[in-house]
Ligand binder design. Structure first.
Ligand SMILES: CC(C)(COP(=O)(O)OP(=O)(O)OC[C@H]1O[C@@H](n2cnc3c(N)ncnc32)[C@H](O)[C@@H]1OP(=O)(O)O)[C@@H](O)C(=O)NCCC(=O)NCCS
Length: 187
């Protein structure tokens, strides 16, 4: 029942556009209050829409204290989401002791709704995570893991000078490998 309410709310955020309809003028990032179950419902809803295969649909997941999530708002519409974990390198999960926890921003996800892709929002969001985001100050590096078959995301990481460190075998539930990327953050 509760989930139904969350989904109904989520539909209110379901603004769409015809691709190429107009230029995107203004992109903003708004911190999501993850202590609010309704907001977590919206998060799960958008996450399922953008990542149907890898959606993080357990509300408890979003209670991890190191997790910070932001709506991407383009011209006042909710068009995507950014989620990161702070001071927590992938090593906690993948036995990769080459990257220290301290000073690491781990991008859990950057996602743009399908109708809004190809207009520069992903580029803006990516750059924001290692330059202007409120969580950047004092951090040393930023890392992310992506499906090896995700060409858009590979291109996005390479365009932002993330270095491909190594593949992580069988990372995803369907057995696909992940690629681990890292980029240093200059003070
Ligand atoms: C990856 C994603 C966030 C890009 O968002 P977007 O708003 O379309 O990105 P932009 O329009 O700013 O394009 C950013 C870059 O992505 C790459 N890219 C975007 N679409 C691409 C495509 N169809 N093929 C290859 N590369 C592509 C390019 O490097 C592009 O930069 P360029 O335009 O300077 O060449 C979006 O495709 C998405 O949400 N995908 C599903 C979720 C996902 O896979 N997230 C990443 C893993 S967490």
């Amino acid at each position: 029942m509760t989930t139904g309410v969350w989904y109904a709310k989520c539909e209110k955020r379901n603004d769409t556009r015809t691709p190429g309809e107009r230029h995107i003028l203004n992109i903003q990032f708004e911190r999501i209050d993850l202590s609010n179950p309704l907001e977590v419902g919206h998060v799960i809803c958008m996450d399922e829409e953008i990542f149907p295969e890898d959606s993080l649909d357990d509300p408890d997941y979003w209670k991890i204290p190191a997790l910070h999530a932001y709506w991407i708002i383009a011209d006042k519409r909710f068009v995507g989401m950014v989620a990161v974990e702070l001071d927590r390198a992938p090593g906690d999960r993948f036995s990769d002791d080459t990257i220290e926890d301290s000073g690491t921003i781990y991008i859990i996800s950057i996602g743009v709704r399908e109708a809004w892709r190809g207009g520069g929002i992903g580029n803006t969001a990516k750059k924001w995570t290692y330059t202007e985001a409120p969580f950047v100050k004092g951090m040393k590096r930023i890392v992310t893991t992506v499906r090896v078959g995700n060409a858009e995301s590979f291109a996005l990481n390479e365009a932002h000078e993330f270095e491909a460190v190594r593949a992580i075998p069988d990372f995803y539930p369907d057995g696909e490998d992940a690629q681990l990327f890292v980029r240093s953050i200059r003070a």
